[in-house]
Unconditional design. Structure first.
Length: 123
């Protein structure tokens, strides 16, 4: 059996040919056993019925194969984001910004890191 990460990378390599107008970024958090997949543009993520069906099928198949792990699909305005992408793919017709790390969550996280003090633990 292939690893969950290999499975997702394989599926995303096929996905990008089915949806040539998108950019997809993927990050695996091995400590939390979560796979995050970011889809741009957000209109595809929210409104494209073919994409929504693909996501639903991908989610179901992934959970069937790897029941102890999670997969999370997001778009650029999600509260969480991708910090260090393991994979970035561009569809041949993607017209958006090709700068990696340009999601709203990434920008918010960069601003927040600079202004939030570290918590102090008092015993």
């Amino acid at each position: 059996m292939i690893t969950s990460k290999e499975y997702i990378i394989n599926k995303l390599s096929i996905f990008i040919n089915l949806f040539p107008t998108v950019r997809v970024r993927y990050e695996h958090d091995g400590n939390a056993l979560v796979h995050i997949i970011e889809i741009l543009p957000s209109e595809v993520y929210r409104q494209n019925e073919d994409y929504i069906a693909w996501e639903s099928e991908m989610f179901d198949r992934f959970i069937d194969r790897y029941p102890c792990e999670n997969v999370c699909f997001i778009t650029d305005d999600a509260l969480v984001g991708i910090g260090n992408a393991d994979l970035t793919l561009y569809g041949e017709s993607f017209t958006g910004d090709r700068q990696v790390g340009d999601s709203t969550a990434d920008k918010r996280r960069r601003r927040t890191r600079k202004s939030v003090p570290m918590p102090v633990l008092i015993e």
